[in-house]
Design a binder for this molecule. Sequence first.
Ligand code: ATP
Ligand code: MG
Ligand code: MG
Ligand code: MG
Length: 578
Amino acid sequence: MMLRMSTLLLRTLREDPADAEVPSHRLLLRAGYIRRAAPGGYTWLPLGKLVLDRVTEVVRTEMTAIGGQEVHFPALLPAEPYQTSGRWAEYGDDIFTLADRRGAAHLLGPTHEELAALLVQDLFTSYRDLPVTLFQIQTKFRDEARPRAGLLRGREFLMKDAYSFDLDESGLAEAYARHRAAYQRIFDRLGLEYTVVTAMSGAMGGSVSEEFLAATPVGEDSYVACTSCGYAANTEAVGTPAPPAGDPDAHPAATVHDTPDTPTIATLVDLANARRLGGRDDWTAADTLKNVVLSVRRPGVDEAEMLVIGVPGDREVDLKRVGAALHPATATVFDGFADRPELVRGYIGPQVLAKLGIRYLVDPRVVAGTAWLTGANEPGRHAVDVVCGRDFVPDGTIEAAEVRAGDPCPACPTGELTMRRGIEVGHVFQLGRRFTDAFGVDVLGPAGKPVRPVMGCYGIGISRLVATIAEQHHDERGLCWPTTVAPCDVHLVAAGKGPQLDAALDLGGRLAAAGLRVLVDDRTHVSAGVKFTDAELIGVPRTVVVGRRLADGYVELRDRVSGERTELPVAELVDTLT
Ligand code: ATP
Ligand code: MG
Ligand code: MG
Ligand code: MG
């Protein structure tokens, strides 16, 4: 493949686009990989599409290698299966719904557990048909409360979603371990630095669940990691036991936790009134803190009890939305507060939390961004258990601070927890029978009795991955793609016209014939300087400059990451690069 810059659909930008908040978003726009087309919706330009396809292929290869069979469900779906499973109501405003010309309710698929369960019911009748793992790579739709950061949180995005069906829990545990291992191979191949953390299962229901969080300060998830053992957990899930990992064959049966308690209005009222028990009333300096969600945990309770503190003054917290952002069940609870906003204005200090027996963590964004929280308290003591809802990022600059949570590690005797930020790139769940129960999916067992399969589901945000890789692989001059996902293997720059241009095109053709993906800058109306700047912005791993030294039979090879430059005889180039 040889792409020519003279005809490529590409306009690089010198300036940072005003609405791009994070490095990946800025650089992907500036280097001509994507264009914004709609709120939370992006057009992939040719270079971007090449990267997206390469990431997709890595995911597809590893999913196929663990026996996954690729299918493709429709994205436009009738409401009924989602009403049957209960997710129509749980997702609420987070899904796009529409009616067809006859008025029948539909939705655009946010994930496809229902369809996968129905497909197995449709086709399979016997225990001999199982186990099976289906996967698809498809555009998903979610009406995110806050689409942000370009591809990182879109309303339309590409996901790989997989569904496993097994006869029993031990089969599920094996399928889960296989997916977990495949995810590690995928993220390793993509050059990501990531941590596997214990997670809450959110809108999916189910029990055991882990997330793959790519470390970066712009991530919306915060997690704790132990300083001495391997324990790591999303701050939403601290206290949830980590699922057993390791060799699929040696994997023990999945543990099923009890259904978590749903917070009651009474608890929330108690907590919201807690400022009378010792909180502060002088709010005035709190302007930088907006719509903070407090997520309060008691040791031994899986699910977060939740409490919302509104900021003082003129801002109201949309409780229902905040509640649903953390756990759908709480949206209903917050209904009870609709007409009592005064109940949720307050400040809760450590003494109150201690009185209530509540364990807490401090979100580094809040500590770093909010003077009053640290200032108003004794040094070294943080004020509250603050976990910002994912959809409510406080304004102001957030430092990438690593904060000691103070808590001892729940998994080892010596370690302490540190708090970090990450982007959720993948999520694996042991779902159990929620969806097979909902549709009464059974197969005939060996003894002629019906057996209800157990499900696992496994997601990877493919378009989010493109931005995440860019987030971890760039410098001040532009993108620095890992070789596994770069849009091209070589970027040939013809520094001048005439013989230099001819030689660049000739070399490009020969490298392409040797199987490399080649980008040739054959533009005649821009200076060599502009071409070099663009090459660094675009971030292909190796650049070959065909310039003045061509007359002596030499070209220059530049390494994007190290900046290293070497001269090479033209005659050796193809052999060196292939
Ligand atoms: P988040 O917590 O970031 O909202 P999620 O937990 O709702 O993600 P899942 O339902 O677990 O997402 O979906 C599987 C994967 O899809 C996620 O791990 C993530 O990589 C990706 N994903 C989810 N929402 C988006 C989005 N709005 N834009 C891009 N990718 C997304
Ligand atoms: Mg989400
Ligand atoms: Mg999540
Ligand atoms: Mg998730």
